[in-house]
Design a protein around this ligand. Structure first.
Ligand code: ADP
Ligand code: MG
Length: 297
């Protein structure tokens, strides 16, 4: 039987938008010593807009530049059509705003945590992360792109085969609730960390904005669970994620918390779901767990 206080708390939790899927994890929430947040869609809104397009296929005058930019955006948006990543949404919306029609794509395939590829009119194109470029041995030194990265923007590249056609920069915004959540957690003596697949400039920028204790950047999806495990050697650890690529990390953590607007996989893997998508509810989870279980023992 479920002890009465726990039953009461669970129903209180549900009323305030917490879905407790694993009661043992809910109990562990009272002892959390560190909370790792995913960046995109968790600490940030996960609503990207394209801010800059850099053509890398060689010179040209101003009108050609505009054509190039629209061409790059159009190809990228076509490839992103099947992706559920927030970056994809941002690129597709920006193309739509400019009235650019997507092209037909064959053989879409996603490269988890790195990007997406597909064939358009017989040619293979990719939209990928800076890390992926490095992996395939492409070294790119472009002053404009370095400047954009330093502004804390996310940069992805459009490739035709192994040739880089251009770069797209996207900016996301830090959720205003994130600052309060981090401040209060730190006030309770809980370490606040961030885990992201995004580049280290973006990570450093968000970390500075929120005064996080530490962060891990450029972490691939399959490495995320291992990072959680590393933190667990020192602390009882919670992981908060929106789901795209986060499911194994959520499963690994002592308490896996999914932001409700995330993917179905994340919600199925999580111990607790924050239905209102508010990172401040992590505090509420901890407080409710402390209140519930202090009444029992
Ligand atoms: P996060 O941990 O911030 O949620 P992910 O692990 O989901 O990030 O993605 C890491 C990086 O991989 C992104 O910053 C981006 O560079 C690249 N990436 C992932 N999916 C896509 C996609 N659909 N289109 C372009 N780039 C992508
Ligand atoms: Mg994510």
């Amino acid at each position: 039987a479920i002890p009465l206080v726990v039953a009461v708390s669970t129903s209180m939790a549900a009323k305030s938008g917490l879905l407790i899927r694993d009661r043992q994890a809910f109990e562990k929430a009272r002892s959390l010593e560190a909370v790792i947040f995913d960046k995109t869609g968790t600490l940030t809104e996960g609503r990207f807009g394209v801010t800059d397009i850099v053509s890398l296929s060689g010179g040209g005058n101003k009108t050609n530049d505009r054509n190039d930019e629209n061409h790059i955006l159009g190809l990228a948006a076509s490839l992103e059509a099947i992706s559920e990543h927030p970056i994809a949404r941002g690129i597709i919306d920006s193309a739509k705003e400019k009235g650019i029609e997507p092209s037909q794509v064959e053989k879409f395939s996603s490269i988890p945590g790195k990007g997406i590829e597909g064939i358009i009119e017989g040619k293979k194109y990719l939209v990928v992360s800076p890390g992926y470029l490095e992996e395939i041995g492409i070294v790119l030194e472009d002053e404009k792109i370095e400047k954009i990265k330093e502004q804390g923007k996310t940069v992805v590249f459009l490739l035709e085969g192994k040739r880089v056609l251009g770069a797209l920069a996207l900016a996301d915004i830090v959720r205003k609730e994130s600052r309060e959540a981090v401040l209060k957690l730190k006030g309770m003596g809980i370490k606040c960390l961030m885990l992201t697949g995004d580049n280290r400039f973006v990570a450093a920028w968000v970390s500075r904005e929120l005064e996080l204790d530490d962060y891990f950047a450029e972490v691939l999806p399959h490495e995320k669970a291992a990072k959680v495990q590393e933190v667990q050697k020192q602390y009882v650890t919670g992981m908060v994620g929106d789901g795209v690529n986060d499911a194994p990390a959520l499963a690994q953590a002592d308490v896996g918390i999914a932001i409700g607007a995330g993917t179905d996989v994340a919600i199925e893997t999580a111990d607790i779901v924050l239905v209102k998508n508010d990172p401040r509810d992590v505090l509420y989870v901890i407080e409710l767990s402390r209140r519930t279980y202090s009444k029992m023992y």
